[in-house]
Design a protein around this ligand. Structure first.
Ligand code: FAD
Ligand code: DHB
Length: 395
């Protein structure tokens, strides 16, 4: 049996993009239903991004989601860039006239968004898996989904938002989709550890053994990453090997890496992927459903939330003011920011990672670029303004 239902915006995916979109629409009086295939505990615990741009933090504050972030998030005014055994500080506040980033985990953003949607009585259905989107070029598109009991549902909408991540069902439903896809010969092995960070700001380290990153989640919890091969097996990395490799790659004279129990670990492959256009009729893609960047530079989560903000404006104009112009320009507006972030993430990745068959030429170019970025104010400013990000609604 198929159970029919109806809403203004059917949102597929309860990650940051889908949840934020639903929250923004509710503030404009637009009704939505978020369908999320996983359960609440899984979505709230999934370890992913940790650094948000100044504009993303402002957006969260503007829409009433800044209280915990302002209390528990850590505002950072710069990063360390390390190479050839030297650690250099880049001061973003100075370079970008006050720009900062905030260490505030994706898990916390998702928890706040889920709580806000449920408190508002917003439609948020867990263990509801979209299986098809149909009638996209009409003004009554439909989402077919299955609940945990296996019951089939039909959700009729005015608009469908495909916020279903990289492996979702929405992107393949765009017939004219053109894809630009680039695989990198690297992956990141990431750990979350119960140990106070050994640094006051993030350390991005170039090393002859490969890239390493020291990040953090709180004054008690560290997040660290190691460049590994894309086919690396996590079983080959016992705790001692992880800590010893991190200490080597992040090491400089007079500095010690503190170790502690590893709470979570995983390997993430790296790719750049852009699917365009991000719209087909009444289906709009947002976030990882449309694009992926490699994690170096911390842009994925920020892009997903920027898309949601741009889409909320476009849907308000379309559904409340009956003005389709922002919907028409949605894809182009998002793609400008997406390509800037794609270039920046590629550039950071190329400058910091050891190529699989590194030769002396590659390494000398990387070191020259790193020295330039840490000694020229113009070069440092370019990195800094990309890292802290552009104004949310106008890029
Ligand atoms: P997602 O967070 O992927 O959310 C999509 C949601 O849709 C998921 O909850 C999924 O369960 C749901 N879904 C999928 N298919 C269906 C369906 N058919 N029906 C219903 N629901 C469905 N970015 C950074 O900036 N820094 C990082 O360190 C970083 N680390 C990452 C590590 C990993 C392992 C991954 C996968 C990503 C990482 N990212 C990182 C990227 C960042 O987390 C993403 O860009 C961000 O989660 C995108 O948000 P989203 O809402 O677009 O997609
Ligand atoms: C984190 C992830 C990143 O990709 C990055 O560039 C900085 C920080 C993190 O998970 O904390």
């Amino acid at each position: 049996m198929t159970v029919p239902d109806r809403t203004q915006v059917g949102i597929i995916g309860g990650g940051p993009a889908g949840l934020l979109l639903s929250h923004l629409l509710a503030r404009d009086g637009i009704d939505s239903v978020v369908l999320e295939s996983r359960d609440r505990a899984y979505v709230e615990a999934r370890q992913r991004a940790g650094v948000i741009e100044v504009g993303t933090a402002e957006l969260l504050r503007d829409v009433g989601l800044g209280t915990r972030m302002d209390r528990d998030g850590l505002v950072h005014g710069g990063i360390y860039v390390q190479f050839a055994g030297e650690r250099h500080h880049l001061d973003f506040v100075d370079l970008t006239d006050g720009g900062t980033v905030t260490v505030w985990a994706q898990t916390e953003i998702v928890k706040d968004l889920v709580a806000a949607r449920l408190a508002d009585g917003g439609g948020l259905k867990f263990e509801a898996e979209a299986v098809a989107v149909e009638d996209l070029t009409t003004d009554r598109p439909v989402v077919r989904y299955r609940d945990a009991a296996g019951t089939e549902h039909e959700l009729r909408c005015d608009v469908i938002a495909g916020c279903d991540g990289f492996h979702g069902v929405c992107r393949p439903a765009i017939p004219s989709l053109a894809v630009v896809d680039h695989a990198y010969p690297y992956a990141w092995l990431g750990i979350l550890a119960d140990v106070a960070p050994s640094t006051d700001e993030l350390i991005y380290a170039h090393h002859t053994r490969g890239f390493a990153l020291h990040s953090l989640r709180s004054p008690e919890v560290s997040r660290l990453y190691l460049q590994v091969a894309p086919d690396e097996n996590l079983d080959d990395w016992p705790d001692d090997r992880i800590w010893s490799e991190l200490a080597t790659r992040l090491g400089v004279a007079g500095w010690t890496l503190h170790t502690g129990p590893i709470r979570d670990r995983g390997i993430t492959p790296m790719r750049s992927f852009v699917g365009a256009p991000m719209r087909h009729g009444r289906l709009f893609l947002a976030g990882d459903a449309a694009h992926i960047v490699p994690p170096t530079g911390a842009k994925g989560l920020n892009l997903a939330m920027a898309d949601a903000a741009v889409l909320a404006d476009a849907l308000r104009a379309l559904l409340v003011d009956r003005d389709g112009r922002l919907a028409e320009s949605y894809s182009d507006r998002c793609l400008r920011r997406v390509w800037r972030a794609t270039h920046f993430s590629w550039w950071m990745t190329s400058m910091l990672h050891r190529p699989m068959q590194a030769d002396a030429f590659d390494e000398a170019l990387q070191l020259s670029q790193l020295r330039y970025v840490t000694s020229s104010r113009a070069a440092a400013t370019s990195l800094a303004e990309n890292y802290v990000g552009f104004t949310m609604r106008t890029a």
